[in-house]
Design a protein around this ligand. Structure first.
Ligand code: ADP
Ligand code: ZN
Ligand code: ZN
Length: 737
């Protein structure tokens, strides 16, 4: 029987789908977009089912407005993966599907390259540009000037507030002409020469050979952890793994952390292989993003390199997934669909039945555990390939020492030694701004954000007080708001202050600061890194931004100025993160002729995990840390779900979570493997005017937890307080704040 009803997933925060009548002469398919009336709006949704009947009477149903695709948007394995994501992360299917699309498709634009029309000046147009324009034709003149430097996509002109009619008028005058880029470079294919033209191809070492052979031995699903310090040749392994995949005409997906997507990374792939490479990151505009999405789906790209969101790109014929720096926290999305791209990548490889390689110098403890229990294959690269040598590491006990802008005297002396020898020094401090608080010297009053449970950070450079949690800012105050005194003093040291201190301690050595404030402008990070590599700066100051993905061969001393906060943090992952940061920065420094040294300033030199890390390395540290996790029954030895609630009144959020707790405990699936903690105020108890509470749910069994949540969620949604608070589930949270 011909289906008369289409079930549609819409981008609305409801765990349900909506039925619409299929008009005559309309033949929708599952996985295609449709536009539908919804209340007073028109929304773009995805058809998830076709049926001959609905629970509603047909006179209660509205018809589809239009069917936007004549075939499904996603290949089946990816469509199934997205449905799995919605179930696993307990997030509405409509919003999950919607969120996985480039925004042009969300807005209902056609899913083909036809939108890639470009406009350019004609000969006559160029002459006219010289001659000038009628004063009244402002828009026309604007177009002509925009095009003066070369062709621009139609979409981009529309984004410049130029309408199609203006373009058509100019085209009628013969001043501009359109070029349709519809004939996209479809269906790439590589000849053996295309895959062998790498001028930088190296002779692989024995460990690399084992890693490559192990992954290549099995073209079907398998998950491989490739553990190797920075510079051990992981990227070289990835490149070698791609060769046979590309030779078979299959595509490769390479995920990198946000900060790791540098031109150097992309270059290594484009230099090695003569196949089309598509890059996907958050800085693409709508058209570029759609283009990238299509080039992967329609087989115009052989290699896709991208950050987290690239994972949900459709591929014509995906052959391998590589997740570089798999431990990086930027792989976890922190809003809407709170997915972990590494975990979902493993599930994707499974559904596509292809190998996946997780590479890291410092694997996440979850990943190591999976390798140790045999779920993942563990591959090692132990030697630094090329010519780098391991660093020497030590802790510097700063108990009782005077700190000048965060620097102890022994560290300053050590810096001077390295600088005098003509080398570079790198200092890490994970606190941007001048100082994390401003206090009254007479009464102790501290400038606090009114909307958050947090102090204002003092930014001297921009003469502002800024809240790092809600973004609010105002000009620096000069008077205490408690007693009126003008004796205001800064408390604690941030990167700005450190920079100032260094300028007075080492006036002869130029320094540069790399943090989110100093690199706000597009391209400024790249520029700064280039200047560092050329030796323009001798002292490098940075937050962990500086730790990732860059190698500085002339840096011979690295110091972490303040690690105590991480040793005794309430976040059980803080030590793991510190260990990862430490190994990362150690990997940045030195080469054979210039061995590197790493120094950690701490008040707790005896700390066991710190000692294990420094003297025996990450693996030893990880073994100890996993033991502690096991004893405390923390992940990966249990599974967590964080239920967050925020409201204008603290009571509402707390009460709601009390009701959630009662609902969970009353559920028949709640058994003695489950534990609920809370409700407690979140570590940041107030943010942007909202009070924040949380409830932590823990179980040894992932499937018990999943079933419990699925069963309890509808009841939670119906709780009397549910519509007074903003709440959400974070499955396997990375950040507990
Ligand atoms: P990782 O990705 O683990 O940091 P890379 O693959 O970038 O390591 O390798 C680090 C450096 O060592 C690079 O300059 C690379 O060209 C070089 N290298 C990698 N493998 C080899 C090898 N087998 N022989 C010589 N040099 C190598
Ligand atoms: Zn604030
Ligand atoms: Zn005061």
């Amino acid at each position: 029987m011909r289906p008369t009803i289409a079930r549609v997933a819409l981008p609305v925060p409801l765990d349900k789908q909506f039925d619409y009548l299929i008009p005559n002469g309309c033949f929708p398919v599952i996985g295609a977009r449709v536009s539908v009336p919804f209340g007073r709006q028109t929304l773009v949704g995805i058809i998830t089912a076709l049926s001959a009947k609905s629970e509603l009477q047909s006179h209660q149903l509205k018809p589809l407005k239009a069917v936007l695709d004549d075939s499904p948007l996603w290949p089946t394995p990816l469509y199934e993966l997205l449905q799995w994501c919605a179930r696993f992360y307990h997030y509405p299917l409509g919003e999950t599907l919607h969120g996985a699309l480039p925004s042009a498709l969300r807005k209902g634009k056609p899913a083909d390259f036809s939108t890639l029309r470009e406009w350019q000046l004609t000969e006559a147009g160029r002459n006219q540009l010289m001659a000038g324009f009628d004063k009244r034709a402002v828009k026309q003149a604007k177009v002509m000037h925009l095009l003066a430097n070369g062709a621009l996509p139609h979409q981009m002109l529309l984004e410049h507030d130029i309408s199609s009619s203006v373009l058509n008028a100019l085209s009628d005058k013969g001043w501009i002409e359109a070029q349709d880029k519809k004939a996209a470079p479809c269906d790439w294919a590589a000849t053996p020469e295309d895959l062998e033209n790498g001028d930088d191809k190296l002779k692989i070492n024995a460990e690399q050979a084992v890693a490559i052979a192990t992954v290549n031995a099995k073209p079907e699903f398998g998950c491989y952890l490739l553990e190797g310090v920075t510079g051990s040749g992981k990227t070289e392994v990835y490149l070698n793994l791609l060769t046979p995949i590309l030779a078979k005409g299959r595509q490769a997906l390479i995920l990198v952390p946000e900060i790791g997507l540098t031109p150097q990374t992309i270059n290594r792939f484009t230099r090695r292989f003569n196949v089309p490479v598509t890059v996907i990151h958050s800085g693409l505009n709508d058209t570029e993003r759609l283009n990238a999405w299509l080039s992967a789906r329609d087989n115009a790209a052989g290699i896709v390199i991208g950050t987290r969101s690239a994972l949900l790109t459709p591929f014509a014929n995906l052959g391998i997934i590589i997740v570089d720096e798999e431990h990086d926290s930027s792989y976890k999305q922190q809003d809407s669909l709170r997915y972990h791209a590494r975990d979902v990548a493993v599930m994707r490889a499974n559904k596509e039945n292809i190998p996946i390689v997780l590479g890291s110098a410092t694997p996440a403890l979850e990943t190591l555990h999976n390798a140790q229990t045999g779920k993942y294959h563990h591959l090692h690269l132990t030697a630094r390939a090329g010519n780098a040598r391991p660093t020497t590491n030590r802790v510097l006990d700063i108990k009782g020492l005077y700190l000048e802008g965060g620097l102890s005297a022994p560290l300053i002396a050590e810096m001077r030694r390295h600088l005098t020898a003509g080398n570079q020094v790198m200092l890490f401090l994970n606190r941007r701004g001048f100082s994390p608080a401003l206090m009254c010297h007479e009464c102790g009053w501290i400038a606090e954000c009114k909307r958050c449970d947090a102090y204002y950070t003092f930014h001297q450079h921009s003469s502002e007080m800024r809240c790092h949690h809600c973004g609010s800012q105002y000009p620096i105050i000069h008077q205490c708001q408690g007693c009126g005194s003008t004796q205001l003093v800064t408390v604690g040291v941030g990167t700005e202050q450190l920079e100032l201190q260094l300028a007075s301690l080492f006036p002869e050595y130029p320094s540069i600061r790399i943090d989110r404030d100093s690199t706000r402008r597009k391209g400024s990070l790249e520029q700064a890194l280039g200047a560092i590599r050329q030796g323009q700066y001798k002292i490098l100051i940075g937050t962990q931004m500086l730790a990732k993905g860059h190698h500085f061969p002339d840096v011979t001393l690295v110091a972490l100025l303040d690690v105590d906060g991480s040793l005794y943090s309430s976040d059980f992952r803080a030590q793991e993160r510190l260990a990862q940061l430490f190994i990362q920065v150690a990997g940045r420094a030195g080469r054979a002729s210039k061995p590197g040294e790493v120094i950690l300033q701490t008040h707790h030199p005896e700390h066991t995990l710190l000692q294990a890390l420094l003297t025996k390395g990450y693996d030893d540290f990880a073994r100890g840390a996993l033991m502690e996790r096991k004893i405390a029954q923390l992940p990966p030895f249990s599974f967590l779900t964080l239920i967050r609630a925020e409201a204008n009144h603290s009571d509402s959020a707390e009460q709601f979570l009390r009701q959630v707790r009662a609902t969970l405990e009353a559920n028949p699936l709640f058994d003695n493997s489950c534990l609920v903690l809370g409700p407690t105020p979140a570590p940041l108890a107030k943010r942007a005017g909202k009070f924040r509470w949380q409830l932590l749910l823990q179980s040894q069994s992932r499937s018990t937890l999943q079933k419990l949540l699925a069963s309890a969620k509808p009841a939670i949604e119906l709780l009397p307080q549910a519509n007074k608070v903003r709440w959400g589930l974070d499955i396997e949270p990375q950040d507990l704040s």
